[in-house]
Write a protein that binds this ligand. Structure first.
Ligand SMILES: C[S@@+](CC[C@H](N)C(=O)[O-])C[C@H]1O[C@@H](n2cnc3c(N)ncnc32)[C@H](O)[C@@H]1O
Length: 350
């Protein structure tokens, strides 16, 4: 049988570029901790069981995952190894790579080696392969919780709207980010804003109100220092929409203001809209990304914006933005609404 290798890209395309591409695609999925039942490793059984391929998977796990300071959760790697070994066994072969077997046994024995964060948190690394936006690979690592709500906040994991907004700003970096100051509202893990730092923003302010989220933002900024050794242009501030006063807006004059998944609690929408109103007055360009979960809540947001004499332009070009990262397949049907908010029509020529 002829051997084939294929790499699955985040946008679902399959490219047949050889074994390296397949292993590299798997590396990106593992470091982003794509759920094991959603992993794609499209290689036929001859490849899967070949000594060379198994060896490459073993060195990927050791070099890129196990020896990495901010590696995926050990439990996740164990589940991946079990999945992989099951696939190999299912082909009927006995030719299991010894290093892979050893690794699996190690994961079984040492369930939580001391260097890893507590089991509820993990590190996720979002990688842009080289030649996507530059000649080198770019990556952001953030510490995230594995549950939807922890410590009474939703801000300890990256939400789909945040991931999609990150992809949008990467795609539109030249217009929205490069050479501009950026303010992120309700930053959560800070993924969007930290990427803006890599994309050439002059300064990035990550903001939130929840103390545990603010701590996590500091951790995540520290995990991603500038590669040239310069002082980080990304900092963290407490910004509670409920305690906003218009005088604060001047600090953010001319910023690109970003916010993802902020519209879910009807009771705080008026406060959020007041913040947006005063940011618009200091000539900010505002992009708010939402997952359309509850149409009534989103309609309330739009009504409040209209009452505050803000124009909210639904951005249709989000549908064309490439998918650079892997998305949760269970939310594939999620509908996003990106609003560009301003007082007059010509916010962005799309
Ligand atoms: C669903 S999470 C979204 C986090 C992140 N933007 C993302 O997309 O992954 C909502 C975020 O809004 C923040 N938030 C909620 N109420 C807030 C308020 N009154 N002031 C500032 N931030 C708030 C939460 O702490 C949380 O980080």
């Amino acid at each position: 049988m002829e051997s084939t290798f294929a790499a699955n890209t985040p946008d679902g395309r399959t490219t047949s570029e050889g074994p390296l591409a397949a292993v590299q695609a798997l590396r990106r999925q593992l470091l982003q901790m794509v759920p094991v039942n959603q992993l794609t490793l499209m290689v036929d059984s001859t490849v899967l069981t070949s000594e060379d391929f198994q060896h490459q998977i073993a060195s990927l796990l050791v070099t890129d995952c196990q020896l990495r300071a901010q590696r995926p959760a050990p439990d996740y790697l164990r589940r991946f190894l079990k999945w992989y070994l099951d696939q190999v066994e299912r082909t009927g072969t006995q030719a299991l790579d010894e290093t892979l077997l050893d690794l699996y046994l190690q994961f079984l024995v040492h369930k939580d080696p001391g260097t890893t964060p507590p089991a509820t948190t993990c590190y996720k690394t979002y990688i842009l392969p080289k030649d996507t936006v530059g000649s080198t690979e770019l990556a952001v690592t953030v510490q995230e919780d594995q549950t939807l709500v922890a410590h009474g906040t939703t801000g300890l994991r990256t939400w789909e709207a945040g991931l999609r907004l990150t992809e949008y700003v990467i795609w539109k970096a030249e217009r929205l980010i490069r050479g501009k100051p950026v303010l992120e509202l309700g930053s959560g893990t800070g993924l969007v804003g930290i990427w803006c730092g890599l994309l050439g923003a002059t300064s990035v302010t990550l903001s939130d109100y929840h103390p545990v989220v603010l701590d996590r933002l500091l951790t995540n900024v520290a995990l991603n220092p500038p590669s040239d050794g310069s002082a980080p242009a990304t900092h963290v501030v407490t910004l509670d929409w409920l305690e906003w006063n218009d005088a604060k807006a001047e600090t953010y004059r001319g910023c690109t203001v970003l916010g993802a998944d902020l519209v879910y609690d009807p009771s705080i929408i008026p406060a959020l809209v007041q913040v947006l109103q005063s940011l618009v007055r200091v000539e900010c360009t505002i992009v708010i990304a939402s997952t359309l979960r509850n149409p009534q809540t989103f309609a309330k947001f739009q009504e409040e914006l209209a009452q505050g004499e803000l124009e909210a332009h639904v951005m249709t070009d989000i549908d064309e933005a490439p998918r650079y990262f892997y998305h949760d397949q269970t939310s594939q049907l999620a509908e996003f609404r990106f609003l560009c908010i301003k007082q007059v029509m010509t916010c962005m020529d799309q």
